[in-house]
Design a protein around this ligand. Structure first.
Ligand code: 2PG
Ligand code: MG
Length: 434
């Protein structure tokens, strides 16, 4: 049992320099928790709404109202009350805002309170956060396999290329530490290839290299060249993961690749991505078609679901209801888990468990607007979900999350790393890794 002494919200600033909500929760027993709301740029239309003040100041992004919701609505309703655990605090948040998209309080307010409560309750039990999560949900903690961005595009790079995330995964590594080492080599190899071509132009929102390419596929070719430059054979220990984020360049089954001045329908987009799956060692693909194109998502899954991880992000927005529907419908075989898309830890975990029960992979993920908050590293470890997507290998809001996994690995031991098997189980692995 915990008794809440104070809840205080304040405005802090995220990795893009935008305002965001930080919450401190102090318990009567002296334990406390703090968390900061992240923010997406390529947002699903059905995800929890960030309450922003609008107007001209701070590009309409100010969060005075959301902070006030914490201090003037949530705090008075909760201070002095006794709760059994963080889930009971989440239930109280949901009672204050039962709307499906957290329109009343703002998802940025609810997620910061929910995560701060998770931290506070873990502290009250004198447990590291990952341990509290593992114990509470009766999970076996493990160190996740990262998806790490090398080139950032789409909404994270002024749409310089259409595809959003060009990432690597290193399932062939023996430890999380080795993933970091190999990723560092690939990241800087990619940078030096860009520099040699006179195309090094800084970095995108999540720390990946700014994508100065003439076509989307050129980014893939460069990624393969970067992997090779490190002495790795693409598809052996290191593979490619893409977030197409197709909702950003598609509408009602019509897609426009602006970089290549190409219009295509769902069928042509699926064919193009299928050609990429044949030509490159891609083991994971996120939002291959738009969130408004469920038939396309089902068709993509029908054609390629046995050879690649197909993640729903904008399409599923960490919603238990939408995941249930997609399982039934036969669209996707994996889901991205972003706590701020749904608004509370309880709801995000519920969605993850539904997905896992159906044999889907759950991938805990950061947002493109992040901070020093490392809660998601603990969430992915504590749930033992298997995969973590954080952005690139650059900028402290990203590195903080990778570094936190290294610290947890010191406690859990290298054997707790989940890598090693997934690539061999993929279509690519079966075909090329004899
Ligand atoms: C995504 C995320 C992270 P955003 O689409 O998966 O890359 O982007 O936070 O902008 O939605
Ligand atoms: Mg995405």
């Amino acid at each position: 049992m915990v008794v809440i002494k104070t809840i205080s919200g304040r405005r802090v600033w995220d990795s893009r320099g935008n305002p965001t909500v930080e919450v401190d929760i102090l318990l009567e027993n002296g334990a406390y928790g703090r968390a900061i709301a992240p923010a997406g740029a390529s947002r699903g239309s059905r995800e929890a709404i960030d309450q922003r003040d609008g107007g001209s100041a701070l590009r309409g992004m100010n969060v005075k109202k959301a902070v006030a919701n914490v201090n003037e609505i949530i705090a008075p309703a909760m201070v002095g009350r006794t709760f059994s655990d963080h889930a009971a605090i989440d239930a109280a948040i949901l009672a204050l805002d039962p709307s499906p998209m957290k329109q009343t309080l703002g998802g940025n307010a609810t997620v910061a309170v929910s995560l701060a409560a998770l931290h506070a309750v873990a502290a009250a039990k004198s447990k590291p956060l990952w341990q509290h999560i593992a114990d509470h949900y009766q999970r076996t903690a493990s160190i996740p396999l990262p998806e790490i961005q090398i080139f950032g595009g789409g909404a994270h790079a002024e749409r310089r290329v259409d595809i959003q995330d060009f990432m690597i995964m290193v399932p062939g590594a023996k430890s999380f530490d080795e993933v970091m080492e190999i990723t560092s080599e690939v990241y800087f190899a990619a940078g030096s290839i860009m520099a040699e071509k006179g195309r090094l132009s800084g970095i995108a929102d999540e720390g990946g290299w700014w994508p100065v390419f003439d076509s989307n596929e050129e980014a893939l070719e460069t990624l393969v060249a970067a992997i090779e430059k490190t002495g790795e054979k693409p598809g052996e220990r290191v593979a490619i993961s893409l977030d197409i984020a197709a909702s950003e360049f598609g509408n009602n089954g019509k897609y426009r690749l602006a970089l290549e001045d190409r219009e295509m329908d769902t069928e042509a987009l699926i064919d193009m991505l299928g050609d990429w799956l044949d030509a490159y060692p891609i083991i994971s693909i996120e939002d291959p078609v738009g969130e408004d194109d469920p038939e396309g998502m089902r068709e993509f899954t029908r054609r390629y679901g046995d050879r690649v991880q197909i993640i729903g992000d904008d399409y599923l927005v960490t919603s238990n209801e939408l995941v249930k529907e997609a399982i039934e419908f036969g669209a996707c075989n994996s889901v991205l888990i972003k706590v701020n898309q749904i608004g509370t830890v309880t709801e995000a975990v519920e969605t993850f468990l539904t997905a896992e029960k159906a044999g889907w992979q759950g991938v805990v993920s950061a947002r493109s607007g992040e901070t020093e908050d490392v809660s998601i590293s603990h969430l992915s470890v504590g749930l033992g979900c298997g995969q973590l997507k954080v952005g690139s290998f650059n900028r402290s809001e990203r590195m903080a999350k990778w570094n936190e996994c290294l610290r947890i690995q010191d406690v859990l031991g290298a054997d707790a790393f989940v890598g090693g098997t997934p690539i061999a189980n993929t279509w690519w692995g079966k075909k090329y890794l004899k």
